[in-house]
Design a protein around this ligand. Sequence first.
Ligand code: DGL
Length: 262
Amino acid sequence: MSLGPIGIFDSGIGGTSIWREINRLLPNESTIYLSDSKNAPYGEKSKEEILRLSIKNTEFLINKGCKLIVVACNTATTNAIKELRDNFDLPFIGIEPAIKTAALNSKTKRVGVLATKGTLSSSLFHSTSMSHASGIQIMEQRGTGLVELIENGELNSPKTKALLERYLSHMVNQGIDQLVLGCTHYPYLIPLLKDILPDNVKIIDSGDGVARQTKYILEKYNLIDPSVSKADFQFFTNKDVKVLDSFVKDARVPYKVSFLDF
Ligand code: DGL
């Protein structure tokens, strides 16, 4: 079992930001990444639909022999991880907006959260906010349209910039000093966000924490691959191979991107 790959899925290419962190921390672990871009964005779908897609993605990765699954999508985590853990007998690592870190760091006691509708309306997001942010004003903003622009490769277009400015101006005017990126697609907007945000606003994402948790769980369950043979990195997408490739091509490892009729 410890020879199996780590499975990672997202509604699209966003989870490649998580894959990069995992690969940096666990370079000897093989991975299989599934990008369900055909069904992106998940953030506008119902909880039932997000759960159905998450189960389908999980079954694909289990059939590929994965030993652990990283749900590299805040929307799928906040809407489906409990059910996934209840229904499948392997460890799951999820990702949630890093409210706790932001709340601890905030001096102005005002924290902005940019995430999908599906994440912001989930009960898991609300219980996390309640338990970690007492005395902190959390300012939520849906990033409607951003996932589509990122999937389209528009990381720096005037349209993306205008949308971000529109979404963030209110919380910036209200004095936030932390902006939590609650969607795994959004780290690709960090260069643009740095142009838009005042210098005192810190951008927080959860990728590094997810990688550390993945390592911790692999060690805990004795699932670290003991072989020193070369790890293998496979990426699957049910939409555009070129788009997924463009998000991983900076990886300094040999990898393969394939189309999947899924
Ligand atoms: N990467 C997903 C997330 O972290 C994007 C959700 C979507 O497809 O709307 O929430």
